[in-house]
Design a protein around this ligand. Structure first.
Ligand code: SF4
Ligand code: SF4
Length: 472
């Protein structure tokens, strides 16, 4: 019997909490959380959910607040349009994101997962709460799962899964609004199937995926699929703040033990952990935090609340499970600026500085002028030296422009090959033109001339072009 108990206690070393000994999945029925941290999480979740659902429907300067249209390669961030030409900005922003995650994780552990990640927010604050509402708390859910398929079970399951499907449908539509834009989504929603069958199929596929994730996969996303969770082992160190069990206080000399009424815990030498298992019951990933920091812990803080309730009930000090580092537990040390944290902070500040400079100096247009490949110079009918150029013009705004090419150099003349140059909103234009200057302007066979690009009568770019001619 004792051997069996020891075997169970050590099982966390052999397999994750959601896997049975035979390899099958162990379904988790977490206890409904309550307490201080859970209330804070609710507030954070509601704010984030409102933002998530509202953002694709908010317009800034005629553009969606946030749009990630990978199909048309158009991105809008807080109303500002970014095109594939701005890829370098995204690359830097991506590196900043990675460094921030590393830095944040080194200091605060996996707090992002439990408090900000959409997977946890939807799972714990939307789907799980509906489940508690329909099926009751964990013990009643367990009973219902074990019960035969009777009228009550069918009614509850049908209601739950119908609501799950409807919410998944809402999430799928919101997800698509971020990808294709809310206007395009609206035209799919109000159009006929034959006009938008691709859009309809996408909605059904995404709805099914979200439904499966939140009704079946659940915590498996965090414990076995998400790569961020896998990184914890290399990112956390003894100074990282994580949700942790104070094993020094919880175990003391005699170890944890059940609480006996009116006992003087301090006199017995037993630890403050009363082995009530409530921290395990409430855990959405099914782990026992008393076994130390584990990859499956998403730092949701539900076990802190639950343990605090128990400490209150038996008259012991709260905070047996708390947000603390390993060194904090062992030596009482507070957060320390280690060399690793300093290095990442410096890198992050430098990268953010670069990104800010690039964003501030980013222009709405990009123009490049190159001599037509394979050409050198020619003599025009006026007897001047002419060069054929090609202009590449990128428009990062959504406005359409009638383009004119001019120069302030009174000797130089520009002749465009076509009648009118049109630059579409968010588009590119590639056109040839001839620029000529009198031969006496050349020095050592070359001269630089500024070409001014006008869009709808206003100067939008100024580019220097090098003309070549004979050495005289
Ligand atoms: S151990 Fe605690 S903080 Fe970690 S996932 Fe479980 S309940 Fe949340
Ligand atoms: S909730 Fe607290 S007292 Fe109860 S088992 Fe967990 S750590 Fe021990």
């Amino acid at each position: 019997m004792i051997e069996e108990e020891e075997h169970q206690e050590e099982a966390f070393r052999d397999r994750i909490a959601t896997v049975e000994e035979d390899g099958s999945r162990k379904w988790i029925f977490p206890k409904k959380p309550s307490g201080r941290f859970y209330n804070y999480r609710k507030i954070v979740s509601y704010v984030l959910l409102i933002f998530l659902f509202a953002a694709p429907h908010i317009k800034v300067g005629g553009e969606q607040l946030l749009l990630f249209n990978v199909i048309e390669r158009k991105f809008v961030i807080f109303g500002k349009i970014f095109w594939p030409q701005d890829l370098y900005l995204f690359a830097i922003a991506f590196v900043i994101g990675i460094v921030s995650i590393i830095l944040f994780t080194i200091i605060y552990g996996r707090l992002f997962c439990g408090w900000v990640c959409p997977q946890t927010i939807f799972m714990e604050m939307v789907f799980r709460r509906i489940e508690y509402w329909i099926e009751g708390d964990w013990t009643r859910q367990k009973k219902l799962a074990a019960a035969p398929w009777n009228g009550e079970k069918i009614r509850k399951r049908l209601l739950k899964h119908t609501i799950f499907w409807l919410i998944s449908f809402l999430i799928a539509n919101t997800f698509l609004a971020y990808i294709i834009g809310s206007d395009e989504l609206w035209s799919i929603q109000t159009g006929t199937f034959s006009e938008h069958y691709g859009g309809f199929i996408a909605i059904v596929i995404f709805t099914t995926v979200f439904y499966m994730v939140f009704s079946r996969l659940r915590e498996q996303v965090c414990t076995t699929i998400c790569p961020y969770g896998r990184l914890q082992g290399v990112l956390l160190d003894p100074n990282s703040m994580v949700v942790a069990y104070d094993h020094v206080r919880g175990e003391k000399e005699e170890g944890r033990a059940k609480f006996r009424k009116n006992e003087d815990r301090a006199a017995t030498g037993k630890g403050d952990c009363i082995d009530c298992h409530q921290c395990v019951n409430v855990c959405p990933t099914g782990i026992d935090i008393r076994n130390g920091t584990q990859l499956e812990c998403v730092n949701c803080t539900a076990c802190i609340d639950e343990c605090d309730h128990m400490m209150d009930a038996v008259g012991l000090e709260k905070g047996l499970i708390r947000f603390v580092s390993e060194n904090g537990i062992k030596n009482g040390t507070r957060f320390q600026w280690t060399r690793r944290v300093k290095a990442y902070t410096a890198l992050l500040i430098a990268l953010m500085g670069v990104l800010i400079v690039l964003l501030v100096t980013r222009s709405d247009f990009e123009a490049k002028i190159l001599r037509q490949r394979g050409t050198t110079h020619h003599v025009t009918k006026e007897g001047n030296i002419g060069n054929i150029f090609e202009i590449n013009l990128t428009n990062k705004t959504k406005e359409k422009f009638n383009v004119e090419l001019k120069t302030e150099d009174s000797d130089a003349k520009i002749d465009v090959v076509v009648d009118s140059l049109i630059l579409k909103g968010g588009g590119e234009m590639k056109e040839r033109f001839v620029m000529s200057v009198p031969i006496n302007r050349l020095k050592n066979g070359k001269v630089d001339i500024d070409v001014i690009v006008y869009g709808n009568g206003k100067e939008i770019e100024r580019v220097r072009a090098r003309m070549i001619g004979p050495l005289i």
